[in-house]
Design a protein around this ligand. Structure first.
Ligand code: NAD
Length: 474
């Protein structure tokens, strides 16, 4: 695989323009990725447009067979993909194995099964005659992804999009330009017709050119709320369907009956996974005032006890942030937090990590929910512990946020936890854990996004409906 390629119309081409990709743990050059030019984006869209009529008319069974071959080809590369992603963005290798190595194949197989089981047409009796309700591919899709879960988030678009009969242009983030080409290699090996999947990488300018391109029918975006708003504006003007998976500032509500040892074990994943660079993290910890000191101590001890270091080491819990820019952003938020609340863990670059973009797991106590570290997405290993007096107040604090993406409730009474979960205004929430479910919709409310990925709902996002009215009985 050339490190500076784009994949267009079934061919790898030398990228017209390149950008360095830096290894997160060392700060050293890892390779060069494409920084797509307008003409490369134009060619990618043209290739997808040309491939659309045949691919969207391909029988579901044939599309499913290709998705399965695609899954196998990705799995065959998973060991090198995991490691490459970890080098690019600092994701601990244990997580990368699942998120980058396994998950895309699992999703491709899930959507292959779904389109094999369900037909494209359904007949509904009408008052006069009957109607054939048809699900058709929405068309050429622009899939724009961030760097934090590069393979998983791309697969959350490619798998349902290709299953639905759409053709795709994937524009990966420049920080993870290299692993995006694994999709291209695997698609070529699987035998997709030329132009069904096209892969480029690049920054906001390439993304904006793709979003507004006249040859694109739908945009599927994951990234920051700021970029999402700008994309929504462009799509609004064009009346172009768009799915937006954006930022979050979710709450972990610890109820007064919680088993604190089990809760803290769970928060390791729910609040710190991927070095804090996960959109659905429970980064606000809501603790009952009766147990506040105990919770603060336990969460601080969790942060202090995490193994920070080489993300390629299986023992590492927290690796580096993706980039120097991201580390500066997180350190700025830590300074803001120091002025707003009480620092009880971390709060600096770890002294034993002079290279790469490390930040110590950090916890603030005595946080007011109106403060910036409670309201703004930090996107790093930084938690805010907020006291509450009553369950009603806990729910109100959880809901007092511009975001609504994830969240968790921690309790020894799962039914009580579920009742609280029902009252939190969010797209997804876990009771005593948080795990994405391939078969269940994932997405946000409020400033966390529009639409859903995963599950049958994630397939529907790549389909449009057509009603064909007919006279007489069905
Ligand atoms: P980002 O918005 O800066 O970039 C994301 C992608 O969009 C990149 O490929 C980038 O090149 C492109 N882009 C940026 N501006 C654009 C524009 N105006 N037009 C078109 N494309 C544009 O986000 P990031 O910093 O790379 O990722 C972190 C953000 O992503 C966080 O806010 C996080 O919460 C969010 N995120 C959300 C989810 C989710 O499912 N809701 C999942 C992961 C990450």
């Amino acid at each position: 695989m050339s490190t500076a390629s784009v994949f267009i119309a079934g061919q790898f081409r030398t990228a017209e323009r390149t950008e360095p990709v830096i290894e997160a743990a060392t700060g050293e050059l890892l390779g060069h990725g494409s920084s797509a030019t307008e003409s490369e984006v134009d060619d990618a869209v043209a290739a997808a447009r040309a491939a659309l009529p045949a691919w969207s008319a391909t029988a579901a069974g044939e599309r499913a067979a290709l998705l399965l071959r695609f899954a196998d080809a990705l799995l065959a590369r998973s060991a090198t993909t995991n490691e490459l992603c970890t080098r690019e963005n600092g994701m601990p290798i244990r997580l990368s194995k699942g998120a980058n190595g396994m998950f895309p194949a699992v999703l491709l197989r899930y959507y292959a099964d779904l389109i094999t089981a369900g037909g494209d047409e359904e007949i509904r009796p009408a008052l006069i005659g009957h109607t054939i309700v048809r699900r058709e591919a929405v068309g050429v899709v622009a899939a724009i992804t961030p760097w934090n879960y590069p393979q998983a988030l791309a697969a959350m678009k490619l798998a349902p999009g290709l299953a639905a009969g759409c053709t795709m242009v994937l524009k990966a983030a420049p920080e993870t330009a290299l692993d995006a080409l694994v999709f291209a290699e695997a698609a070529a090996e699987a035998g997709f017709p030329a132009g069904v999947l096209n892969v480029v990488a690049g920054g906001p300018a390439a993304g904006a050119h793709l979003v507004t391109h006249p040859g694109v029918d739908k945009v599927a975006f994951t990234g920051s709320t700021g970029a999402g708003r700008s994309i929504a504006e462009m799509c609004g003007r064009l009346l172009r369907p768009v799915t937006l998976e954006l930022g979050g500032k979710s709450a972990a509500i610890i109820l007064d009956d919680a088993d604190l040892a089990a809760t803290v074990k769970g928060l390791k994943n729910a609040s710190f996974v991927n070095n804090g660079q996960t959109c659905h993290l429970s980064s606000r910890i809501l603790a009952p005032r009766s147990r506040y000191a105990e919770v603060v101590d336990a969460v601080a001890a969790l942060a202090d006890g995490l193994t920070v270091g080489d993300p390629l080491d299986k023992a590492t819990d927290v690796g580096p942030l993706v980039s120097d820019r991201q580390r500066r952003r997180v350190l700025d938020y830590i300074d803001i937090g120091k002025a707003e609340a009480k620092l009880v863990a971390g709060g600096a670059v770890p002294a034993d990590q002079p290279h790469g973009w490390f930040v110590s797991p950090t916890v603030f106590a005595d946080v007011d929910n109106s403060s910036r570290i409670a309201q703004e997405e930090v996107f790093g290993p930084v938690l805010a512990v907020i006291p509450y007096d009553t369950e009603e107040q806990a729910v109100a604090i959880a809901n007092d946020s511009e975001f609504g993406l994830g969240g968790t409730v921690w309790t020894t009474d799962a039914d009580r936890g579920t009742e609280i979960a029902r009252r939190v205004h969010t797209g997804s929430i876990g009771v005593n854990d948080y795990q994405l479910d391939v078969a269940a919709p994932f997405g946000g409310v409020k400033s966390s996004g529009l639409g859903r990925e995963l599950g049958p709902e994630g397939l529907a996002a790549y389909q449009q409906l057509k009603s064909i009215y007919r006279v007489g009985p069905a």
